[in-house]
Design a protein around this ligand. Structure first.
Ligand code: UDX
Length: 444
């Protein structure tokens, strides 16, 4: 089938490539010309495992093309996937639909030029319940002759494993309001259905809501284990054994039960906030959802104090080293990253940071409060960042950090302390080197 993708970001690009690998013919569009120029040359615009290889392969096969001309996508596609960002509105906390509205307005105007060719518009971006209907009405208001059907097809791919997740979905959710879109969307996902993956059809509002309910549930699940972890730190109970044993209960499942520095990324924090706001608008008091939002913010803001306590208050005016800036490993994304909260809180206490991340430095510089930047120096090598600092914090679980030479690092840090917010190192090994090794969940 001929597929168009509007918005060639994390989701648009990885999924465009996946559809191409599954044998569909794909045109990806983005408003940013430089991005399109790079992609045309086979240069990936984001970090995801193997993306360079998959991009090159599909360009060579001519299974995927890139354009910054909206006409080209619309004229060449039977199904257009809308994959633009729906970030948090920083003033209201609600889902900001401006990119969705701008794109759909442009499509409405454009298809008049294209002679009202039929297409299906699949909304892949996360949008509050009722938005698909609003988009449809808005588009028809601009152009009543528009010949299209709308459906909701929320994405569930995790950054860092987006390609694997797309190709091996737990389920594909498709919200439709007629048989024609059901049949067409069924054809797009036939290669996955043939491999035995579940395609779940429902109505449009339900599909929109499944995305928010799933992400917020996982947010609550991780927030819960983080709070259990706090109790363990005070009592000596072992949080990892608790998570393992709880996970043996099929009703709970072992996944998304790892305690850590708090939840980041482009989805969980903002989707939970947006769901809470949806509840507010409906006059509902969603206590569990609101509490999960606050609990996560509090956890991320508490990280600096934990480090200061571990060092027995000996950090003011000094420099610490930080490994990891991205919100998790295998991505260059720093949105809502716990390291942002950590450095901002440290800066408030006049503690400087020498930081290293394999892929996230540029995006981190862009995200962090400009005043805090004065307190941070960035390095392109872990050892250079660590050298001559008071203590070492590990906040992202990059594989590279597991394989550093910690005997060498021992001589580089003054207080001989490692604070490991992901528990990626071996406690016995670190203690045998001589470190005071604190990890999340350890009795304080
Ligand atoms: C998420 C969803 O998983 C995906 O379905 C959705 O469509 C997009 O958002 P992503 O943000 O890429 O994916 O990351 P994910 O791997 O889900 O992790 C989210 C956050 O939770 C990260 O900060 C991660 O470090 C944290 N996490 C995850 C934990 O702290 N513990 C866990 O057990 C799992």
């Amino acid at each position: 089938m001929k597929i168009g993708i509007i918005g060639t970001g994390y989701i648009g690009l990885t999924e465009g490539l996946c559809f191409a690998s599954l044998g569909q013919s794909v045109i990806c569009y983005d408003i940013i010309k430089e991005k399109i120029d790079k992609l045309k040359k086979g240069i990936p615009t984001l970090y995801e495992e193997n993306i360079d290889f998959i991009l090159k392969e599909n360009l060579e096969k001519k299974a995927i093309t890139f354009t910054d001309d909206l006409k080209v996508v619309l004229s060449g596609s039977e199904i257009v996937f809308l994959c633009v960002n729906t970030p948090e509105n920083p003033k209201t906390g609600e889902c900001d639909l401006s990119q969705i509205m701008d794109s759909t307005e442009s499509i409405s105007k454009m298809s008049e030029i294209l002679g009202n060719k039929f297409f299906i518009l699949a909304i892949r971006s996360t949008v509050p319940v009722g938005t698909n209907k609003q988009i449809k009405e808005h588009m028809l208001k601009i152009n009543p002759k528009l010949n299209f059907l709308i459906c909701s097809n929320p994405e569930f791919s995790r950054q860092g494993s987006a390609i694997y997740d797309f190709m091996n979905p737990d389920r594909v959710i498709i919200g439709v309001d007629n048989e024609k879109s059901k049949e067409r969307m069924g054809l797009v996902y036939k290669p996955l259905k043939d491999k035995g993956f579940q395609i779940f059809f429902t109505n449009i509002e339900t599909a929109e809501m499944i995305k928010y309910a799933s992400n917020t549930f996982l947010n609550i699940k991780i927030g819960f284990i983080n709070e259990i972890c706090d109790i363990c730190e005070m009592t000596g109970a072992n949080v990892n054994d608790i998570a393992k044993a709880m996970g043996m209960d099929k009703r709970i499942s072992p996944f998304f039960m790892k305690p850590g520095p708090g939840i980041g990324g482009s989805c969980f924090p903002k989707d939970s906030i947006a769901l809470a706001k949806m509840g507010n608008k409906l006059g509902l008091d969603l206590q569990i959802i609101n509490a999960s939002v606050n609990s996560n913010i509090a956890r991320k803001n508490s990280l600096a104090n934990r480090v200061i306590n571990y060092s027995k208050n000996k950090l003011e005016g000094k420099t610490i080293s930080l490994l990891g800036l991205t919100f998790k490993a295998n991505t260059d994304d720093t949105r809502y990253s716990p390291s942002l909260n950590l450095v901002e809180e440290l800066a408030k206490k006049n503690i400087k940071v020498h930081a290293y991340d394999p892929h996230g430095t540029d995006k981190f510089k862009y995200m962090v409060n400009p005043k805090t930047l004065d307190f941070i120096r960035f390095y392109d090598n872990a050892y250079l960042a660590i050298k001559d600092t008071e203590l070492l914090i590990i906040i992202t679980e990059w594989d590279e950090f597991k394989h550093l030479n910690y005997k060498k690092i021992y001589d580089m840090i003054h207080q001989k302390i490692i604070v490991d917010f992901r528990k990626i190192l071996d406690e016995q090994e670190m203690e045998s080197i001589g470190f005071k090794y604190y990890y999340i969940g350890k009795k304080i």
